[in-house]
Ligand binder design. Structure first.
Ligand SMILES: C[S@@+](CC[C@H](N)C(=O)[O-])C[C@H]1O[C@@H](n2cnc3c(N)ncnc32)[C@H](O)[C@@H]1O
Length: 264
């Protein structure tokens, strides 16, 4: 991929998320819709990071600030970074309303411009699958973390069809044949999503083994893959359709905790 097409793709990704900012928090899986879900997220972060105790956390691709706020609840001194102004505006409004003192910065997660060895932890949810240059991003996160600091990547393969995708598609087709369901029209937003997805690094889906391998190449060690997201998904399922709940449970979703060695 040449420089010019990389530049265009990054702009398209920014525009796409900016377009989604207005309604992003209405979707379960983005904003938190129950205290059960909030507790499940807290448990995940605490399991890997421990309590915040004023340590410095960087939430990359912070979007509307959902993860930043969860980290703030745990006592971290949080900085959120996103390259979409529209997302940042939502995050800053939320922070003001909640009285949280989170700093939200405009920036590219692949080139943060933050100082070397400056954060105790880095967290990022649903960014890796859409990175243009993940190898550069992982090297950047390694640089910015303090020795002994930890990275938590919450992500998944949202591309490969699962048994649930196939089941839902078959059911939809069957109901359409009976006239009990209208065929779903492709909305322009979905087409933009597909166009972008076809050109990012993980266009075939961000599998945990590939992401872990790249983190290892960047110098992280040890690397642990945590698939125990059941409590989070169970809480989310109460707020989404049966078909979506099946799909969420069947997808390859994970949290990868990777440490920068103390001697690095
Ligand atoms: C699926 S949303 C996730 C938002 C948030 N992490 C969450 O889980 O609620 C993806 C976000 O990544 C941001 N983003 C994508 N690539 C980025 C990059 N290279 N640098 C900074 N932000 C980026 C988008 O602007 C968008 O806000």
């Amino acid at each position: 991929m040449n420089q010019a097409s990389n530049y265009n793709l990054r702009d398209e990704i920014k525009e796409y998320w900016s377009m989604r900012a207005a309604t992003f928090d209405e979707q379960p899986g983005h904003e938190i819709f129950s205290e059960t879900e909030r507790a499940a997220w807290h448990a995940l972060f605490e399991r890997h990071f421990g309590k915040g105790e004023g340590r410095k956390a960087l939430d990359l691709a912070s979007g509307t600030g959902v993860i930043s706020h969860l980290m703030h609840d745990l006592g971290f001194d949080v900085t959120g970074m996103d390259w979409s102004e529209a997302m940042l505006e939502k995050a800053r409004t939320k922070s003001k309303l909640r009285g949280s003192n989170i700093t939200f910065l405009l920036g590219d997660a692949e080139n943060t411009l933050e100082a070397d060895n400056s954060y105790d932890v880095i967290v990022t949810r649903h960014l890796v699958w859409t990175l243009v240059d993940p190898a550069a991003a992982f090297a950047e996160w390694f640089r910015v973390l303090k020795p002994g600091g930890k990275l938590l990547v919450v992500d998944g393969d949202f591309v490969s069809p699962t048994w649930a995708t196939k089941f839902n598609k078959a059911m939809a087709g069957f109901l359409e044949t009976l006239g009990l369901r209208k065929p779903v029209e492709t909305i322009p937003q979905l087409q933009t999503h597909r166009d972008i997805l076809a050109r990012v690094h993980f266009s075939g889906g961000a599998r945990s083994d590939e992401v872990s391998g790249m983190l290892s190449t960047a110098g992280f060690d040890p690397i642990k893959v945590d698939f125990d997201l059941k409590q989070i998904h169970a809480a989310q399922k109460k707020h989404i359709s049966f078909a979506k709940g099946l799909e969420r449970g069947a997808q390859h979703r994970y949290a990868i905790c990777a440490q920068k060695p103390f001697e690095a």
